[in-house]
Design a protein around this ligand. Structure first.
Ligand SMILES: [Zn+2]
Length: 138
């Protein structure tokens, strides 16, 4: 009885370990896919190519691209939205946010915001980085 139970526990533990290993492999693959997808999307956005697909909010957050940069076509202001702070379904595409992102200063006649890119940094981070490079360059 004691032996059988130990054997059963060993089997359970091994099964749990296999399952955990499988999850880790899936997570790594998903992260890889998400990064490639976002890189391709960013490139298309930079070239202003027509929208063929859009990463999901969940994919962007998983890959660490927490900030969605949006530009107002009217006043050219760029803002970064922190996707982690949004109360949205993670399977929704980042493009589904467009109607909610219209520029505050151009209201009530603000045009739809343009999605610039998904970024690992906010605008403030980027400006600090630029400043650092300028200082280093001098
Ligand atoms: Zn504006």
């Amino acid at each position: 009885m004691g032996f059988n139970r130990r054997k059963l526990e060993d089997q359970r533990r091994e099964a749990a370990e296999r399952e955990a290993a499988r999850h880790r492999a899936t997570d790594a693959q998903m992260l890889d896919d998400a990064e490639q997808l976002i890189a391709a999307w960013n490139e298309r956005q930079a070239k202003r190519m027509p929208m063929l697909f859009s990463p999901t909010i969940g994919a962007a957050i998983t890959a660490g691209y927490w900030f969605l940069w949006v530009r107002c076509p009217a006043c050219r202001t760029i803002n970064a939205i922190d996707l982690r702070t949004l109360d949205r379904h993670h399977d929704a595409a980042v493009t589904s946010l467009i109607p909610a992102l219209s520029c505050r200063s151009c209201r009530p006649n603000a045009p739809f915001a343009e999605l610039v890119r998904l970024s690992r940094t906010s605008i403030a981070d980027e400006m600090r980085e630029e400043h650092r490079w300028r200082v280093l360059g001098e």
